[in-house]
Ligand binder design. Structure first.
Ligand SMILES: [Zn+2]
Length: 242
């Protein structure tokens, strides 16, 4: 108990009472931490900007019995520019929700936090299509979660093109190990996935895809997330409906 300092990014917020809120952050070295922020919704509150979704801050909190009460939030990055563009905002909201729904409690999540910061930076500062930013994030996040290998057939690791995707089982397979109902991956999609899996840091966001390839990557990953992560989020489809 006492005062703790946490560096982290806000991945979810919820209202508690008229002027207060609760925020969920991914904190460096710790992972998920829930902070209650009294009065944070008051326009004059010093906690107002640091408790917004995506805010990356140095937080100072009081640790009580089973709770953290936020005292101070020094903003490092607000990613405010993302809010100026509906497509970017929709993808950022989706990524935060994906992490909130799927990242485990009680363990450090530094690589996930770093990946999220890269994705938000790319969304804010570049013109890379927002939907592609999300697909790149998904591949790396699945890999960090131990749910995706760095490419190749899931039976024999053969990585020759083309690989095939089995919709029913969510498997990437070589021609030899197909057992019916597979779709061949476009070369660009196969290369994109292995590029992301084999590279680190900001570099994974340094490529583009045709509309056709992005559409296939989108549907393959939607199914892959459903099967291997058990998620199918409405926010993932939101930007497509705009
Ligand atoms: Zn194989």
């Amino acid at each position: 108990m006492g005062v703790v300092k946490l560096r982290g990014i806000v991945i979810a917020e919820s209202q508690t009472g008229e002027s207060s809120k609760r925020i969920l952050i991914l904190a460096k070295g710790i992972g998920r931490v829930m902070l209650s922020a009294r009065g944070a919704k008051n326009t004059k509150s010093k906690l107002l900007s640091g408790t917004q979704l995506f805010s990356y801050c140095d937080f100072v909190a009081f640790e009580g019995k089973g709770f953290y009460s936020l005292n101070q939030a020094d903003l490092i990055e607000s990613f405010y520019g993302i809010r100026m563009d509906m497509d970017k905002l929709a993808e950022a909201v989706y990524l935060a929700e994906l992490v909130e729904k799927t990242c485990p409690e009680g363990m450090e999540q530094d690589e996930t936090a770093r990946l999220l910061l890269y994705a938000l930076t790319v969304l804010e500062k570049t013109e890379l299509p927002p939907r592609l930013v999300s697909r790149i994030f998904e591949v790396k996040y699945l890999q960090l979660s131990g749910l995706l290998s760095d490419g190749g057939c899931m039976v024999c690791a053969n990585a020759q093109e083309p690989l095939f995707f089995n919709e029913t089982d969510g498997e990437f397979l070589c021609r030899e190990h197909c057992h019916g109902g597979e779709t061949p991956l476009l070369g660009a999609v196969q290369r994109a996935i292995s590029f992301i899996a084999q590279n680190e840091g900001k570099r994974i966001f340094a490529f583009s895809l045709s509309v056709e390839a992005l559409a296939q990557m989108d549907s393959v990953l939607r199914r892959y997330l459903e099967i291997h992560m058990g998620v199918s989020l409405k926010s993932r489809e939101f930007s497509r409906q705009l």
